[in-house]
Design a protein around this ligand. Sequence first.
Ligand SMILES: [Ca+2]
Ligand SMILES: [Ca+2]
Ligand SMILES: [Ca+2]
Ligand SMILES: [Ca+2]
Length: 369
Amino acid sequence: MNLGGMVKRSLATILVLALAIILAGKTGIGATPETSTIQFRDVTQLAGIRFVHNNGAFGKKFLPETMGPGVAFIDYDNDGWPDIFLVNGMDWPGHAQKHSTPKLYHNNHNGTFTDVTHKAGLDVEMFGLGVAVGDYDNDGYDDLFVTAYGQGHLFHNNGNGTFTDVTQKAGLLGPREFSSSAAWVDYDKDGNLDLVVGNYVQWTPETDLYCTLDGKNKSYCTPESYKGTSVRLWHNRGKGTFEDVTQKAGLGDPTSKTLGVAVLDFDNDGWPDLLFSNDTQPNKLYRNNGNGTFTEKAVVAGIAFSEDGVARAGMGVDAADYDHSGFPSLLITNFSNQMLSLYHNEGKGLFVDEAMATSMRTFSASKRT
Ligand SMILES: [Ca+2]
Ligand SMILES: [Ca+2]
Ligand SMILES: [Ca+2]
Ligand SMILES: [Ca+2]
């Protein structure tokens, strides 16, 4: 999504679809002018994308293995053609069998892509989960922040086709967390992009719990088994360094189990607000007070819980003004047995979940034809 050109973010579920759309568009494959129905064909192989996700699974059923990786479009060489960055996991320490890294694919302007990961200096092993693209140092080249189990990474785009891991230099080394998604946003409007990072739960291989569905075999535990973790807000001081302002900004909340981050100005006051979709915990909507602090509004806005008052398993999230009302609405994907949430922004700080009504309309229309 994009808010005033200042925010770029990505999530796997949304952008994998977007990737298919862009690839189909660039190659001309999948266009069916003779019908009114849009059709898509998987052109991954044709485009030269050979990426394989490694979730590190070796039989212990560690929780991070359940996560898909993020992907982002980034025109890292400013040639006007979107390139692709794919996040990857890795084998667990002590069980290393293969070398797996994120991948950067350069857009060849002809529907194909070339793996430039090594040349770009991005063949760094990590248990990556998400990615956010933004030019945090205003040098005209988009940079990458990769969320990960353990330690997120900030890669500075050097402007010559290479990146440098500046995580430590930027002051972003922190406690080992399970960061899932991130977004760049200039929340204080000082001209420098700040970084907001969603964290999932408190989990380590050492504190891994035994869960089972059949009483015999270990299964993946649900997030209820683990304590949550606060999101983090990193203020960009300029000159390439960041400070943790989570508590000062009022975003500290150890109960959250965040999987999705969205930036939206839900009340149209010109200050970007933050939405965190939480897995089995209430979603959070933080209104930007315009003075460096935020106030949590999800319950009064009607988006913390489902209509029957249950915290759902919020995962992906995006915000857009889909009905041209002048206010951004929200789409939150939930777990597989739960309906997604289409929170229509009614203005006046209130959202109404229209997912049920919308799907009923679709169903009715299909029955008529
Ligand atoms: Ca490019
Ligand atoms: Ca930059
Ligand atoms: Ca800023
Ligand atoms: Ca606002």
